[in-house]
Design a protein around this ligand. Structure first.
Ligand code: C5P
Length: 237
């Protein structure tokens, strides 16, 4: 899904509704969508979400649900009236949970959100995985969980830019790859470690680029978003 052909979803990582709404309004027409996560939603709830969505852009509700199937299905059902464009769950919750999430989302019919899996958090390395009882590399685990997500009826995964190529090869052209950790050339890297430029990630086959601070932290966020989108024109053909 690339609403309006623009793959950039701007992450609004704030608890401040007024700031989020101002950004949402000013970015309309320059990005394909917005993302709000648990920081914003826990502070402002459905009403805050509605205010952001009123700007008219698709919104990815990034709550990373992880619970028993019945509870995750209920959590998804509860947000369907908000008409999020994308919701997500942890693939580690297993196939029954992911199937329940997909089935709950399908109840929204034509306005159903994409249901995306989080595989291995990029903050975890091989040692962290071993500590949780999982042997093998993060990359092996990402591929295993992504395959499971597809078999369980989910639409795609969140992944690092460096995982785009193996995931595309393994899971085919229709599985959505949503990619954070993106930095325009010359931008402040901040706490992101394994970054890629928007052009590189799109050329490799990312469907959606989640970009936060390079836009929201810019002196002129609209201008920053326009520059990023313009830089993508060649990669998008
Ligand atoms: O500001 P920045 O561009 O780093 O924001 C990236 C967004 O993507 C944040 O909302 C962050 O929580 C999210 N994210 C990430 N890395 C992941 C998964 C999500 O940076 N592996």
């Amino acid at each position: 899904m690339r609403p309006s052909g623009n793959p950039v979803f701007c992450a609004l990582d704030t608890t401040d509704t007024a700031r989020a709404v101002t950004l949402a309004r000013s970015l309309k027409g320059t990005v394909g969508g917005l993302k709000v996560g648990m920081e914003f939603f826990n502070a402002n709830g459905p009403d805050g979400f509605r205010q952001v969505a009123e700007a008219g852009l698709p919104v990815f509700l990034d709550l990373k649900l992880h619970d028993i199937p019945n509870t995750v299905a209920g959590g998804i059902r509860a947000v369907l009236p908000l008409k999020p464009a994308i919701v997500n769950v942890h693939a580690a919750g297993g196939p029954a949970m992911m199937r329940a999430a997909a089935d709950a989302a399908a109840e929204a019919g034509d306005s159903r959100p994409l249901v995306i899996a989080v595989t291995v958090l990029t903050s975890m390395d091989e040692g962290d995985l071993a500590a949780t009882g999982i042997s093998g590399t993060p990359r092996d685990q990402v591929l295993r969980l992504a395959s499971l997500a597809r078999e369980s009826g989910l639409d795609g995964v969140v992944c690092s830019a460096h995982e785009i190529e193996p995931l595309r090869a393994e899971l085919g052209p229709d599985f959505k790859l949503i990619v954070p950790g993106i930095r325009p050339a010359g931008a402040d890297v901040a706490d992101q470690k394994r970054i890629m430029t928007p052009e590189q990630a799109c050329a490799l086959g990312a469907d959606i680029l989640v970009i936060g601070r390079p836009i929201t932290g810019a002196e002129d966020p609209r201008r920053a978003a326009e520059d990023i989108s313009a830089s993508l024109a060649p990669a998008l053909g």
